[in-house]
Design a protein around this ligand. Sequence first.
Ligand SMILES: Nc1ncnc2c1ncn2[C@@H]1O[C@H](COP(=O)(O)OP(=O)(O)OP(=O)(O)O)[C@@H](O)[C@H]1O
Ligand SMILES: [Mg+2]
Length: 424
Amino acid sequence: MATLAVGIDVGTSSVKAVALKRTGSGYALKSVGQADIRRSEFHPEESPQAIAEAPLRALERVSQDSSFAKKPCAFAVSGPRVAPRLFKFPSIPKGEVEQAIRFEAEQIIPFDLAQAALDFVLFDEAMEEGKPVMEGLVVAVHKEEVDKRYVLLKSAGFDPVVLDIDTLALANAYAETEGMNERETVALINIGARFTNLSILHGPRRTFVRDIATGGDMLSRAISEIYGLDLPQAEKRKREAQYTPLDDLEGGGMGDDFGGGGGATEGFGDTEGFEPIDEGNEEYVLLDSDQTGFEAGDTMTDADSFEASGQTQSGMDAAQRISANRAVLADALGDLISEIQDTFKYYINRRIIPRVDKVRLCGGTAKFPDIQEFFAGQLGVPTELWNPFARIDVGGVAGKYPPNFLDELGPMMAVATGLAMRQL
Ligand SMILES: Nc1ncnc2c1ncn2[C@@H]1O[C@H](COP(=O)(O)OP(=O)(O)OP(=O)(O)O)[C@@H](O)[C@H]1O
Ligand SMILES: [Mg+2]
């Protein structure tokens, strides 16, 4: 059976690694690894040198696992120095295709091709006005970007042999685990820290991709501004998603500052599943457990009933929390939503896709509470969380990890999973 590469995804905020093996019916998980990268914004106490070396240190931690160390690996790049472009020209003999694509690429790639690694995928031949046309995706990646990643992985003891881009690895992971039928169109949205990878799969053979330079950092920033917290605190609160009504905090809070955030939720009222809530419920602050003595998961309005009932939220608290989450999401991810809407419109208006049937969200930011409902409402497309491990046999390794660990981690591992499906 074909040997698979180990998949290593070096993100802005963490390194993710996946090792898979093929089984009769699909894939089984051999190992998974993740290590945070300390970043200056969230760790101002760290020296510049420690920050510069943080990606290497994270990779070294991942390489402690013998499933990854020294193994041939597939890695990916993303961001502004990756240029995926659609091309189309009248059908020509197979032998001339590569030359023609190179010529096309020169016209449409925004940097010097002498500095780029180039690859392409051809879609099935299509007919246009009675004539056969060749269509596909050509991808140019700036060599400096590749070299930087390659040297980093080598320094950490990996053997980088397969190059990919985040968006195509994502599409690969989805197609291999969920499968695509001929007529459906699925948008995968992988929301990381600095970047969001968008892959639109139209049937099993056509994929359209782009990276958008925004992500979970914007949520941390919004939380920091709206609630008057410094960035490290805001990042921590975001991940713990602890909100409390303003009234319950001594001395009020950020009522005035919050006005903008509340206004930003306009237009959200008709979202299915979200009942509009009374005005005044939208003034919340994030609870800092250092100040209150509460621990993550404690009820935020009534500690006694929390203990008695064993529940973290009453129905009312839940509604208030949703409102606070909504305000933060609208404030932080409004631009991302517009970019995604524009992308959908672009492909639909050019009749490249008929519509988007569903959205699957992944990446660390997809864990933010209520984000699926927010995307569903804003995009008008059914939206669900995507955990690529859901259709991978994890039985062989699940015992190694705490309960729910793989379910929690899965949505962040989509790119690494797609890379781990690459054959050597
Ligand atoms: N429970 C959570 N709730 C909200 N956000 C979270 C949660 N856990 C992690 N995040 C956020 O997810 C982001 C990291 O996600 P991910 O690992 O997919 O990004 P990355 O690959 O490191 O970054 P990028 O792809 O942008 O370079 C961070 O912004 C982090 O704050
Ligand atoms: Mg990422």
